[in-house]
Design a protein around this ligand. Sequence first.
Ligand code: ARG
Length: 582
Amino acid sequence: MNIRQLLDDRITAALHALGAPANVTAIVKPSARPEFGDYQANGVMAAAKQLKLNPRELATRLLETLDLSDLAEKLEVAGPGFINIHLKNVWLAEMLVPFGSAQGSVARRLSEVEAQTIVIDYSGPNLAKEMHVGHLRSTIIGDAVARVLEFQGHKVIRQNHVGDWGTQFGMLIAHMVSMAEQHGGVSGVAPQLADLETFYREAKKRFDDEPQFADTARDYVVKLQSGDAECLAWWQQFIDISLHHCEAVYERLGVSLTRADVKPESAYNADLAQVVSDLQASGLLVEDQGAQCVFLEEFKNKDGSITPIIVQKTGGGYLYATTDLAALRYRSSVLNIDRALYFTDARQSLHFQQVFTLARKAGFVRTDISLEHMPFGNMLGEDGKPFKTRTGGTVKLVELLTEAEERAFALVTEKNPTLDETERRAIAHTVGIGAVKYADLSKNRNSDYIFNWETMLSFEGNTAPYLQYAYARIKSIFRRAQLETGNASIVLQASAERVLAVKLLQFTEVTDSVAKEGLPNHLCTYLYELAGNFMSFYEACPILKEGVDAEVRDSRLHLAQVTAQTLQTGLALLGIEVMERM
Ligand code: ARG
């Protein structure tokens, strides 16, 4: 249930009944201050303008006809024609009841939204190398959005568009073959591939330094692309090992991608010639210096030139864009999607705008499909420059995660020296990984962000440890009360109780917006504010203190229960776990 939407629908209908034109809506928002009520409708002014009426007069007339008595205590006209809505305590309390249990998180789902089939294209590492920090944002943000959409009842199809094709693989195969010769056959190559980064670097060095090696590498590319069985077998072996590396990272990160979600670039290989000939047939293709290109007016630069979309190189090779066009066609016609979201860094924005526009022009996708690039900025070091190792190299993801766990372990040990080591390790894993993910998710993805260990691992502020701790703290209240859950009836009296209740009911408004805009930071801000509201409530409204009336205590326990459940559900949607104690 989305209160904002509910109010918006009902007030909009009342405005229309008073003759407001169809394009006018109630524009309901949560109020900025408690004295303005819980929500405010700001649409009257625009309606009055169109109807040529005095806005305060229209607002007053609206209140005469609008019946919100089932949920609102009081409606009042404020300022030039705002409507302040004060919700009923009894109604708020009643609405909260379904959300206190694990099933309660299911009750959060929206039945009002029509289920769509949605592709989330995320992670997509290049398999020639090991995953590095550059893949972190796509992997984490894409995964959170996938979880939110699934939670809302949509059919989500995860697509891990890994880079497993292209000229680099010729060089890697050449290096594999020579390693096999040196290390006693095919089985001798596997240990060399345990460290893909080094393997890649060695291959690249030989490619640059040894002309003969480079020639062999180029031969392998041609052979690979013409389907040579031996070459394909080497390639397959490499891809397999590289995917294992990725899976180890996903598992450690608690990312929901599996082998079944991998739809690699190579999967579209057979379709690329068709893509080009279809573009040719539709008259969109132009040959430019031997390359097959499409020039779209939409991408005209300031100087009048057009940045072309190159779909085939001189010499016949296909490009990144060609594969994405084939992928779009597949997603539209085979997967039959309603929407596709692509999570890559902002540098690929032009690529996606071009590919989306061209796919529509060429009729590769159904016209009603929504195609959305969800760009993100860079992860920066303390110095504001791209995040690197101390010696200036790329930071491997595995190493970053190990450091997160080590740092969290030191913190947990400091806080809780008596806990046995296994438990401290488990907590450190949950806190460390949670901290890294949350630090990323809590920033608006459109901007760059500075990676800072101290802030992300702090138990204060908008961090994972703070929220995990808030959850554990509520759980400890239940342990002390020797209760599993609270489910007594809720009575809202103190203002802190009310504030908490309204916040808890706004969960759906937030997940709706994350689903629409692909901005998980909205959910983070919400959870942070919720935890803050809980802390204020807990200070103002004692629960287990002596002298607290049993009914009041049980009502407060129930509020605490809904808060714990909401924190857990919200963090789970971000791919972050909670602990009963920490
Ligand atoms: N492999 C690409 C990269 O590393 C990301 C793939 C994104 N997805 C896509 N359909 N192009 O930048």
